[in-house]
Design a protein around this ligand. Structure first.
Ligand code: CLF
Ligand code: SF4
Length: 492
């Protein structure tokens, strides 16, 4: 049986959830429990962020987990060449550092890229960040990369510029990066021990010479450390991406975490290796598997507490457009965007952002009300819930339309986002597919509940058969999670 919705339904969802939240008053039921729990996951108690730092990240969907519910990013694929070889990359595909291998990007010139940014900035005013992340390495293509940044800085000054690199050439360009006001740089750094790096990088091309094996890895390692220090010196925010490769660097990543923390990195993003034979990568062809969600979480938990940890990465394509987790790149193919007018307007964008911030404040208030404080329950059990959302920090998506579920770990003191899981589209032309449903259920089988705006009768029945509670609601995620927890876990 479906339990009644924990909150009254607010106004119906619209295409722009940011502008359409009618917040409802919710009731939180408190029940004391002395129950213990075996879960020992460390919470992300990273050092508090200063107000000025908060201002630098508050509209960046990758640097702020909270912002990623509200603001979008886009990438432009202007950088085809690369100067190293990673065993998880096949050059036919997008850079695996910042993308999901599988689809080749359309390469753009800096001028085409700038036009695309102005078009998207007009059509998706919540797009606040322009990243260059491939399909090769942006700093192996410095002129194209920096020319693109220059053009965008001139024509769209409110858009944050973001760069992702393997770090090999970073020390040479930190001054230029600073001069262009690029405030966010990501280095993909998978090891601090060249012996481990040797299993990941077969060669490095540096200053017109190719170095194979450990010789090349040592150069890469030294340059990455130098680059990190130079970014710290220049006060540029740095995120480190590490690809978790089971049996290669899984046990080593806490050491990487310590090394980057010492050198002032702001955020650590530990992401799973994506590996399949059809990608044609060395790892894919040689049976190297990626981690499962449990293994990924275990390593993330080991590193949590020392510094801010990113758990909401979507391993985007080098031409991604939209909120993290949604892919609107097909709306802006070269053929299409070259025909569109660049209707960027700073005033319009600012007005939209004011609306988003008002909405965000209202969501934060509800989130706060759903949080701890009211619940003095020590060692309450932690449970996972799967959330269908299309943004805005809300449970606001139909179960059948979800392409991914956001996973929250809930106990009596907090509802903490811990990751997302992709699933096949269940609704295909209005008909549920049995196989897809089975896949979805097995993907969220370790969760206690599914929270969605609506769940059809058939999936509802199957979810309940699999032991999951179905909660239908349209409200702030933490509020719905709190109600579910209080009513179905604390009282159980
Ligand atoms: Fe792009 Fe990367 Fe900038 Fe973000 S992505 S260049 S920091 S604007 Fe973000 Fe995408 Fe993960 Fe990258 S979700 S792959 S972390
Ligand atoms: Fe591929 Fe990126 Fe590695 Fe270069 S840095 S080999 S493009 S994954």
């Amino acid at each position: 049986m479906t339990p009644p919705p924990p909150t009254a339904l607010a106004s119906a969802p619209t295409a722009t959830p940011e502008l359409d939240i009618t917040l409802t008053k919710t009731q939180t039921k408190v029940k004391k429990s002395g129950g213990g729990c075996g879960c020992t996951s460390k919470s992300d108690t990273a050092p508090a962020i200063s107000e000025s730092m908060q201002a630098r990240i508050e509209k960046h969907p990758c640097y702020s987990e909270e912002a990623h519910h509200h603001y979008a990013r886009m990438h432009v694929a202007v950088a085809p060449a690369c100067n190293i070889q990673c065993n998880y990359c096949n050059r036919k595909y997008d850079c695996a550092n910042e993308s999901r291998p599988g689809v080749v990007s359309e390469l753009l010139t800096p001028e085409e890229a700038a036009h695309k940014v102005l078009v998207v900035a007009g059509k998706i005013p919540q797009m606040t960040v322009l990243g260059i992340a491939g399909p090769g390495d942006p700093l192996a293509n410095p002129e194209k990369t920096f020319r693109t940044f220059e053009l965008i800085a001139e024509q769209a000054p409110d858009i944050k510029l973001c760069l992702s690199t393997n770090g090999l050439m970073l020390p040479d360009y930190v001054d230029r990066i600073k001069a262009l006001n690029v405030d966010h740089v990501t280095i993909t750094l998978n090891m601090v021990d060249p012996a481990i790096g040797e299993k990941i990088y077969p060669w490095v091309h540096y200053r017109r010479k190719r170095y194979r094996g450990i010789e090349g890895v040592k150069i890469l390692h030294e340059r990455q450390m130098e680059g990190l220090e130079a970014l710290q010196e220049a006060d540029i925010l740095c995120k480190v991406n590490s690809v978790l490769i089971p049996g290669v660097n899984d046990e080593h990543l806490p050491e990487v975490n310590a090394a980057i923390r010492e050198r002032g990195a702001f955020l650590h993003n530990i992401m799973p290796l994506i590996s399949a034979p059809e990608h044609g990568t060395y790892f894919g062809l040689n049976g190297q598997r990626g981690p499962n969600p449990k293994e990924l979480k275990a390593v993330q938990d080991k590193c949590a507490g020392n510094m801010k940890l990113m758990r909401h990465c979507r391993q985007c394509r080098a031409d991604a457009v939209g909120l993290l987790g949604e892919d609107r790149s097909q709306e802006f193919t070269k053929e299409k965007f070259m025909e569109m007018s660049a209707d960027y307007s700073l005033e319009t964008r600012q007005a939209v952002h004011i609306g988003i911030e008002q909405n965000r404040a209202a969501v934060a208030e509800k989130k706060q009300a759903a949080a701890t404080g009211t619940h003095a329950v020590a060692d309450s059990p932690k449970v996972l819930v799967a959330v269908a959302t299309k943004g805005g920090g809300l449970v606001n998506q139909h179960f059948g339309h979800a392409r991914e579920f956001m996973i929250y770990e809930v106990d009596a003191t907090e509802a903490k986002f811990i990751g997302h899981r992709k699933v096949a589209d269940y609704c295909q032309g209005g008909y549920g597919e049995e196989a897809a449903l089975e896949g979805i259920i097995s993907t969220v089988a370790d969760c206690k509940a599914v929270l969605a705006a609506k769940v059809g009768p058939c999936p509802q029945k199957e979810l309940q058969k699999a032991g999951l509670t179905v909660v239908e609601a349209y409200d702030v995620i933490e509020t719905v999670a709190r109600h579910f927890y209080d009513e179905h876990v604390l009282t159980a």
